[in-house]
Design a binder for this molecule. Structure first.
Ligand SMILES: N[C@@H](CCC(=O)N[C@@H](CS)C(=O)NCC(=O)O)C(=O)O
Length: 194
């Protein structure tokens, strides 16, 4: 059984979407979290050891961290074709996008939200990120070209929720619109709130 610990309008929203892409039965445990504006609060019903979301329980195995959950689901359900498997020539590129998202894109997004985007290190990361995204999104409909992967769930959800933290680029806008139109994305919206 797949159980997602989820709080609306948060990083767990992307996994309601991804679980719809996976196409297996799943349940959602709606929990509260401590919000940045001081509202909400830690929920004792949340299995995440820090009271955060997302957390995914798969048959008793608890997985936390968005990048890990994305990779776990794509590996655990290969029939859904949400990422190249070990041995596939595109596996390395797939891992690159997942880790790049977690290691550079998220910290950069947070720094910019905290008003530290002018810091020269972040400014350079931002410029390079703009180039990397532009090059990838100008060629394929998805970040890895023709195949939609879990990496698109990470980048797509960031673009949908935090578009202003990314460079202005028609290639990014068109990509975000393409992802928003996916049936699984639309289906996830019906389950976003309790
Ligand atoms: N690196 C984690 C970040 C998780 C995270 O910070 N989630 C936020 C919601 S977007 C949260 O649960 N915040 C509650 C808290 O900080 O207590 C991931 O991507 O899964």
């Amino acid at each position: 059984m797949l159980t997602l610990y989820h709080s609306p309008m948060s990083r767990s929203s992307r996994f309601v979407w991804m679980l719809e892409e996976v196409g297996q039965p799943y349940e959602i445990k709606y929990v509260t979290i401590q919000r940045h504006d001081g509202s909400g609060g830690r929920d004792p019903a949340n299995a995440h050891p820090e009271g955060k979301v997302p957390a995914l329980d798969h048959d008793g195995q608890l997985i936390i961290e968005s990048g890990a959950i994305a990779l776990y689901l794509s590996d655990a359900f290969p029939a859904a074709k949400l990422g190249p498997a070990v041995g596939d020539p595109k596996r390395g590129e797939y891992l690159m996008w997942l880790f790049y998202y977690a290691a550079e894109v998220e910290p950069l997004m947070m720094a910019r939200m905290m008003g530290q985007g002018e810091n020269p290190m972040y400014a350079r990361m931002y410029e390079l990120m703009g180039e990397r995204l532009h090059n990838a999104l100008s060629t394929g409909p998805y970040i890895m070209g023709e195949q939609f992967t879990a990496a698109d769930v990470l980048f797509g959800s960031a673009f949908m929720y935090m578009r202003n933290q990314f460079p202005e680029d028609p290639a990014i806008d068109a990509y975000a619109e393409r992802l928003a139109a996916r049936p699984a994305m639309k289906a996830s919206q019906a389950r976003e709130n309790p």
